[in-house]
Design a protein around this ligand. Structure first.
Ligand code: ADP
Ligand code: MG
Length: 367
């Protein structure tokens, strides 16, 4: 850790505190997450599901884990540094975000999710605080830790925020899937439009109540499995007809409303997958090239971005080139290996898999 100089604390959760720091050798600014739980063996750290999964994630819309360091029984995650989290941007905003910005962000997050889900991982704790933004680029953070977090109480209000929790999780289903992330994205997308949470429940029961009042109570047709889940735990849904989302989110276009409505479906199987969401008419002005059609050289040079058509296109393109020239997509770390210092028992470091692979980048062009 002596290679890094801690500058400022930028986040403090139940499980760790996050610092902006500088790599003294390279001058690179990084974010270092210092875990509160003690880790008494290196094996305990490297076998963490979360470490394994994060090491394998190599996508422009997933925050890059650069190193894991254990020193004096303390575990540190070294990430690429991002300027803001989405909650900070929402909180400080007085005017609504332009729909083009929301489209850009969502398109990028769905690309990160499509990549993650395709690899068999899902986040389970998507919320504005866990989406990090630097200029036009948004990245998913704090993922994979949810499982660890679940097993490590105590919980705080901050960590256990339920506003983005899918109904099947609220109803204690054991069989939930990547569709929980799609539900969360519906709620987050709505919040980006209104700057207010869509389902701000003050308890788990109130959360379900709020969901019913917005999307209408589930029926045999809309979610038969949900009625079974509710019966299993002796829960009775309050009865609401629901409202059309356009009445709650008047600034959103028809296609945005259609996407949010399908994301916020009671039945997980009726929510689109991340790959399907990318094909939704809301993203018509965005161009997604599936991994199978990408060539390595094109991918390495092509930035991720989504933009609106027309005049703002050029503006976006200009902004983008500035962003890219400043951003390091990936540095050249060696293949995963334990460093020589491993034997000392004092400091151990794990480098991340960080090779540029053709399907590591998804990207967006203008048409
Ligand atoms: P927690 O488990 O405490 O929620 P997170 O990984 O979500 O931990 O980090 C908490 C906060 O720290 C985030 O909401 C964000 O504001 C900040 N943060 C996390 N990672 C980074 C990063 N790579 N760059 C900048 N800030 C970050
Ligand atoms: Mg977090």
């Amino acid at each position: 850790m002596e290679r890094y100089k801690l500058i400022k604390e930028v986040g403090d959760g139940t499980f760790g505190s996050v610092w902006r720091a500088i790599n003294k050798q390279t001058g690179e600014v990084v974010a270092i997450k210092k875990m509160k739980k003690r880790y008494y063996s290196w094996e305990e750290c490297v076998s963490l599901r979360e470490v394994k999964s994060l090491r394998r994630m190599n996508h422009l819309n997933i925050v890059k884990l650069k190193e894991v360091i254990r020193e004096s029984d303390i575990l540190y995650f070294v990430f690429e540094y991002m300027e803001y989290n989405l909650y900070q941007l929402i909180k400080d905003k007085e005017k609504l975000f332009p729909e083009a910005d929301i489209r850009n962000w969502c398109f990028q997050v769905f690309q990160g999710l499509a990549y993650m889900h395709q690899r068999g991982y899902f986040h389970r704790d998507l919320k504005p605080e866990n989406l990090l933004v630097t200029k036009d680029v948004i990245k998913i953070a704090d993922f994979g830790l949810a499982r660890e977090i679940d097993s490590q109480p105590p919980y705080t209000e901050y960590v256990s925020t339920r506003w983005y929790r899918a109904p099947e999780v609220l109803l204690q289903s054991y069989l939930y899937s990547s569709k929980v992330d799609m539900w969360a994205m519906g709620a987050i997308m709505a919040e980006l439009f209104t700057l207010r949470p869509l389902f701000p429940g003050v308890s788990e029961a109130d959360e379900i109540y709020k969901i019913c009042s917005v999307i209408g109570s589930p029926t045999k047709d809309s979610w038969a499995d949900g009625l079974h889940l509710a019966r299993d735990i002796n829960y009775q849904f309050p009865q609401f007809a629901g409202v059309h989302l356009s009445t709650l989110i008047p600034s959103a276009s028809e296609s945005a409303i259609s996407l949010m409505t399908s994301l916020c479906s009671w039945d997980p199987s009726k929510r689109p997958t991340a790959a399907e969401a990318l094909q939704h008419p809301f993203f018509q002005s965005c161009y997604y090239v599936p991994p199978s059609l990408r060539s390595r050289s094109t991918v390495a040079r092509t930035p991720p971005f989504a933009g609106a058509r027309g005049a703002s296109e050029q503006q976006c393109a200009r902004k983008l080139s500035g962003t890219l020239s400043n951003s390091k997509i990936s540095s050249n770390f060696p293949s995963p290996k334990l460093h020589a210092s491993m034997g000392t028992g004092v400091q151990r470091k794990l480098d991340m898999v960080n090779q540029v692979s053709a399907d590591a980048y998804s990207f967006i062009c203008f048409i």
